[in-house]
Design a protein around this ligand. Structure first.
Ligand code: BES
Ligand code: MG
Ligand code: ZN
Length: 467
């Protein structure tokens, strides 16, 4: 939906108004009848109350937990869509620290839809008049939500239009509009660098791979060593010769660049909100297609860092392209590297769409900070172990490693594979579950969710504040 957010405009009259409260006392100037009605609803623990008075809609939102308040934002948008409303006032009476912020976050995230391929255009629009004292924080949320929607668009774009090269063009365009740096390495450069993982996955494709380097470097950054974000950019995963079945598997594999989308979205939020940190993004991008030139199970390939890998399954391609990016990251002497990838069905099976499976070699404090950001943004994380015993599953009789483990602990053996290519503090986020939804779940839209953008932004912002 086309939307315009206007903050603290004077003398605006709209038919629909949303009022936000956090204590009952704030109802006082509403008149006794409304006050009693709201109180009776609150007594029944209803925090979202719609008052329809001859088509003049008043929505009363009582601030609850952050996540419930985001959900109230979603419910408000449902009401607006149902009634085909084209302007709304939001009046913030709440006094708490958060209040309007998660509400607006949920509200704005819920306005998203991907309809560029509908021949009948959705020409609805919404003017949002917001009265609040928290103008700057709202601006920051608006920027972050926009970044989430950029990530959603990238994931929702099908692979017949979003090829690896097109992904790079999008990154270039966003680097200009959002003011960060982008350097795109093309096939010949990737060949010169001998990125054997990326080249092998790309081998069956008629379309070239790219390797994207993003950089946000403000003046006087707070960190002397950069933080690196790595995103899996498989624009389509057929599985290769180890072909995937179609239903609920290959048919959703345009989502396999969800990690890349999260990194690009995070850069948009970071740059637009001027985060005072030096951050680098690395995105290896290709499709994983099938042809007579495809890499094959049994092949031994040599990775960027010279490790040899026996490919036992061409569908375990994400770890191959990520491994090259993780080895490449060493040259920056990073403080911390975080990769995001739709890496394993195993992570999805373990915890479903509700959270991110993560693991890593960094210290407890950093993991705790990440988990806290997960709770703040409701992009929650569960840590899986990287115990040494799991690496036995990756032993190859003829090469340094093989690219799959056994039938159990698939998310972990994928993590163990990646760990081999790291030599710094590292976090690995397997977003295979929450990256893509069959149907909308509250303010998380159907299709690409943009998961990771708000999480990374919150984590890095908190890091900048505590440096
Ligand atoms: N892209 C898939 C993982 C995936 C599954 C993402 C479901 C989103 C939803 C990945 O490349 C893959 O195919 N992984 C295999 C690894 C296996 C062959 C060891 C898997 O998880 O089945
Ligand atoms: Mg695969
Ligand atoms: Zn994949």
């Amino acid at each position: 939906m086309e939307q315009k957010l206007i903050i603290n405009a004077q003398d605006v009259q709209t038919k629909t108004t949303i009022f936000l409260f956090d204590t009952v006392n704030q109802f006082k100037n509403l008149g006794e009848e409304t006050q009693n009605y709201l109180q009776s609803k609150l007594d029944k623990k209803e925090h979202f109350i719609v008052f329809d008075n001859w088509n003049v809609l008043s929505i009363y939102v009582f601030i609850d937990t952050t996540e419930k308040t985001r959900h109230s934002g979603y419910l408000s948008v449902q009401e607006i869509k149902k009634q085909q409303i084209d302007d709304v006032s939001i009046v913030d009476y709440s006094q708490g620290e958060q209040g309007i912020l998660p509400f607006m976050e949920g509200f704005l995230l819920s306005l998203y839809s991907f309809d560029k391929y509908k021949s009948k255009a959705n020409d609805s629009s919404l003017d949002i008049y917001l009265t609040t004292q928290k103008e700057q924080a709202i601006q920051e949320i608006e920027n972050t939500v926009e970044a989430v929607c950029i990530a959603r668009d990238l994931v929702n774009e099908p692979s017949n239009t979003l090829t690896a090269e097109q992904l790079s063009h999008e990154i270039e365009a966003l680097s200009i509009s959002h003011k960060f740096n982008a350097e795109i390495l093309t096939l010949s450069q990737i060949q010169s660098l001998k990125m054997g993982g990326l080249l092998s996955v790309n081998q069956g494709s008629s379309l070239p791979p790219t390797f994207n380097i993003l950089e946000h470097k403000p003046e006087n950054p707070q960190n002397s060593q950069p933080i690196i974000l790595v995103g899996k950019g498989v624009v389509y995963d057929t599985g290769g010769l180890s072909l995937k079945p179609t239903p609920q598997s290959m048919d959703i594999m345009k989502c396999d660049m969800g990690g890349a989308a999260a990194v690009v979205g995070a850069f948009c939020a970071i740059a637009k909100n001027n985060l005072p940190l030096h951050i680098i993004g690395l995105i290896p991008a290709t499709d994983n297609h099938i042809s007579n030139t495809s890499y094959a199970p049994g092949d031994v390939i040599t990775m960027f860092d010279q490790t040899t890998v026996e490919v036992m399954n061409t569908d375990a391609e994400g770890r191959l392209i990520l491994a090259d990016a993780l080895s490449f990251a060493k040259k920056y002497n990073p403080e911390l590297v975080i990769d995001l990838a739709t890496l394993t069905g195993s992570a999805l099976h373990a915890i479903g769409h509700e959270g991110i499976v993560y693991m890593g070699t960094t210290n407890k404090e950093t993991k705790q900070a990440l988990e806290e950001s997960g709770n703040n943004t409701h992009e929650r994380l569960v840590e899986f172990p990287l115990w040494e015993e799991y690496s036995k599953q990756l032993k190859s009789p003829i090469a340094d490693l093989k690219n799959i483990g056994g039938p159990s602990a698939g998310a972990i053996t994928a993590g163990k594979f990646l760990e081999h290519f790291t030599s710094y503090d590292w976090l690995h986020l397997d977003i295979a579950g929450p990256a893509f939804l069959g149907g909308a779940d509250s303010y998380r839209s159907q299709g690409g969710t943009g998961v990771g953008v708000r999480l990374l932004y919150d984590f890095l912002k908190t890091k900048a504040e505590n440096n």
